[in-house]
Each structure stands twice: as C-alpha cells, then as structure tokens.
Design a protein around this ligand. Structure first.
Ligand SMILES: O=C(O)CCC(=O)C(=O)O
Ligand SMILES: [Fe+2]
Length: 246
C-alpha cells in the first residue's frame, strides 16, 4: 500500500505530466546541470515532509566537521541524519524516495532513466547548517542525480545559496577545483523554504555558500543513471560523511 503522502504526490505528478513546461525544465537542466522544480510537489506534501525532517534532525542529527582530500580539501561543517536512521525512524522520506512516479517525472526532466541509488547511504540524507560558518564545501557526488528539498533556508544575505559549475569532471586523485573556477562560469541560485531543485550531481561541481546566520535544512535524495550501474564507483567522501561516527 502506498503511503498516504506518496499517494498525494502521485496524484499531483499525474496531473503535472501534461504540462508543457517540463520541456523548458529539461532544456535548463541539460544546459546548466541544475533546475529549480518547486512545482513537482504540492504544498501539503512539502509541509508533511518538512515536519518529518524537523523531527529527525532534532532526534538524530549528528555534528560533522570534516575535510575531504578527494574534493581538494574542501570542508563540511554541518549536522546530518544518515539514511539508515531516516529509514528506521521516518516514513515519508523513504516512501517518497521509492516512488516510481517521482522517478518518472525526474526522468522526463533529465532526458534519461532515473534509478534508485544502489549504494544505500546516498539514497537520502538530511543536512542542517545552523552555526555561523557552517558550510557544505565544493564537491561532486558519486551518483548522477540529486533532488534537494529545501525545508529551511536563510535570506541570501546570510549565505546558504547554492553555487555550481556545470559540465565538469571529478578526478578523485587530482580534483583541481581552481582550474575549473578560472576556466568556467560559477553560477549561483537563491533558494527559499519550500523550494526543490534537481542537479546533475556527478558532473556539476557544487557547494552551499557558508552561512553567517539563520538556518538551512534540506533533504537530498540521490538517484543513479543507467551508466552509474556499470561504472566502478568508490565511495570515500560518502563513507566518511554519512556512515562513520567521527
Ligand atoms: O544542500 C544542498 O543544497 C546540496 C547538498 C549536496 O550537495 C549533497 O548532499 O551532496
Ligand atoms: Fe552534493
């Protein structure tokens, strides 16, 4: 049986598939690697998901302060709730994540199949930035797609917006971020609570700008492309970030 929130989202998505603006959304996604898609979910679904995210971060959020050599020694200062705890103590996020209708809508935007992530820790994760200087430093993700639900976000004056450099490649042995910055444009997008965006996370270098006030709270749902399933993918950054306890 479908979770009632998933059922509500499914009805919304069925009506949505007739909208022509998905074509424009796809063009934007392919060109820029990122597209805002707040219309994918109705307010009622966003509100219930937000309540679950708030409860989970309050009861299971863990502080992480790390540096990653694989992304050029960029930093992570944040609180997270890992996938296993979301799965164990949440219900809406796992149900929404698994919905074929959501993946079909994302596939229409992506122009290719969007599959559940075979590596469970990357399926969904909650991230909270709530201390002065908290950030989610520059990185790529191991899998192709990220759907980010913005539960809370400070005004842009306090940071917390997303910056990104599309159509870039991650060499884990020599990430050379500065080379990308000086040869490609860095785009920024302002986000507000209730926003949703889809990113091509394996080829879009991205970060969350450090915050100086307020709070930023998101859930990121990671999805794979068909190509990811045959690639040899190592998980250094994810293993450190989401599955260990330091
Ligand atoms: O918080 C965001 O908007 C991006 C999150 C992200 O890049 C990630 O979880 O890998
Ligand atoms: Fe990411």
């Amino acid at each position: 049986m479908l979770h009632p929130v998933a059922d509500q989202l499914k009805k919304h998505l069925t009506a949505l598939s007739e909208y022509a603006r998905l074509d424009e959304t796809r063009r934007q996604f392919l060109k820029r690697g990122v597209v805002q898609v707040p219309f994918l979910a109705p307010e009622g679904v966003k509100e219930l998901l937000a309540i679950e995210v708030e409860e989970l971060v309050t009861s299971h959020g863990r502080r992480r302060d790390l540096v990653f050599p694989e992304t050029g020694n960029t930093k992570r200062h944040m609180r997270n709730v890992r996938r296993d705890q979301i799965k164990a103590f949440g219900s809406i996020i796992p149900a929404v994540y698994a919905m074929p209708a959501l993946r079909e809508a994302l596939a229409t935007i992506a122009g290719e199949e969007v599959l559940q992530c075979p590596y469970e820790p990357e399926q969904f994760v909650i991230t909270a930035l709530d201390q002065h200087g908290d950030n989610h430093g520059w990185h790529w993700d191991d899998y192709s797609f990220g759907l980010v639900w913005v539960v809370d976000c400070p005004p842009v004056a306090y940071g917390g917006f997303v910056q990104y450099v599309p159509h870039t490649e991650w060499d884990k042995n020599d990430p050379r971020l500065h080379r990308w910055f000086v040869t490609r444009p860095i785009y920024s997008i302002e986000l507000v609570p209730g926003d949703l965006y889809l990113m091509r996370t394996d080829t879009t270098l991205h970060r969350v700008y450090p915050i100086t006030g307020g709070r930023r709270l998101i859930v990121n749902m990671g999805y794979a492309s068909r190509g990811d399933l045959t690639k040899q993918i190592s998980h250094e950054t994810m293993d450190n970030l989401w599955t260990t306890d330091h």
